[in-house]
Design a protein around this ligand. Structure first.
Ligand SMILES: C[S@@+](CC[C@H](N)C(=O)[O-])C[C@H]1O[C@@H](n2cnc3c(N)ncnc32)[C@H](O)[C@@H]1O
Length: 278
């Protein structure tokens, strides 16, 4: 399949891998035909690779619903987004849809997808953050001209998701990994081990991702390795991660920090790219 440049992330996502692609992709095996990404997020890596066959997954149900809607109902989605306004009252009205859980659960999936994209483009820093009750709580961003409806990119992603064989799920990553076979390449981009206590960010989902979770993930990687499945894993360059993956190949890379909302703290941070092959 010929790669299409407009196939790009449709939402900004914490840990987005766009800037890291030049370091990451050269380390991948050549000629990947079957690809698996269990911590999908914004999808910068898949959209850059555009493989013929892929399984994408993220525990965030709203996020994976959005990709399903882009695949199946892109024109309805674009039509809805075109009506949304970048105004503070409008923002809070849409943000508050999830305050009544019963009502939110019954909402049409196209409405839910439009809400996620709209909030991502207009909220402060594009940050997906929910409180303990699962309510989206990032405030309004006051941006002048957010690109609420990027129709060319939405249509290009729609075409890719339809022309390739892409399976979309929203479950714990371990469920996906247990059925992967050696003909599939796996890229793992989990929530990172925090560099310091203040850098800790657990807003991805209601569950969070602590060190026990990092250990569980390493055990899953060992299982992949035993089965002969090639994988690459990204994480932060902390002593804990170096220790945990000491038996694998670890490369250090510099990455731009986009998580921090304080501009002065957005310097370079060190990340690692871990792999189980030469
Ligand atoms: C670092 S982000 C991925 C960033 C992504 N690669 C990108 O380029 O935008 C980590 C993702 O893991 C997801 N996640 C957290 N716990 C998970 C779990 N147990 N199973 C699957 N996904 C999980 C989060 O919802 C989040 O989207």
């Amino acid at each position: 399949m010929i790669k299409k440049p407009l196939v790009q992330p449709v939402v900004k996502w914490v840990g987005g891998k766009r800037q890291l692609l030049p370091n990451l992709i050269p380390l991948f095996p050549e000629g990947i035909s079957s690809y698996c990404e269990p911590f999908f997020g914004g999808g910068a890596v898949l959209f850059n690779l555009q493989p013929d066959q892929a399984h994408i997954n993220d525990i965030n149900e709203d996020l994976m619903n959005m990709y399903t809607v882009i695949r199946d109902n892109v024109e309805e989605l674009i039509a809805l987004l075109s009506q949304y306004r970048n105004e503070v009252d409008f923002f809070y009205a849409i943000r508050d849809w999830d305050r009544d859980k019963e009502h939110y659960d019954k909402l049409d999936n196209i409405f839910k997808a439009s809400r996620l994209i709209y909030l991502n483009k207009t909220c402060y820093n594009g940050l997906f953050r929910v409180n303990n009750a699962g309510e989206f709580n990032t405030p309004y961003g006051y941006y002048k001209n957010p690109n609420i409806v990027n129709a060319p990119v939405l249509r290009a992603v729609h075409e890719y998701l339809n022309s390739a064989k892409v399976t979309i799920t929203s479950v714990d990553y371990s469920e996906i990994l247990s059925s992967v076979t050696p003909s599939t390449f796996v890229y793992l981009d989990p929530p990172y081990d925090p560099v310091s206590d203040t850098a800790s960010f657990t807003g991805y989902s209601k569950t969070g991702f602590n060190r026990d979770e990092q250990i569980r993930l390493r055990e899953q990687c060992d299982e992949l390795d035993r089965k002969g499945v090639k994988f690459v894993l990204s994480n932060s360059a902390t002593p804990f991660i170096f220790e945990l993956y000491s038996k694998y190949k670890i490369s250090r890379v510099q990455a731009k920090r986009i998580v921090n909302s304080v501009a002065s703290k957005r310097g370079d941070i060190e990340e690692v790219i871990i792999r189980n092959y030469e």
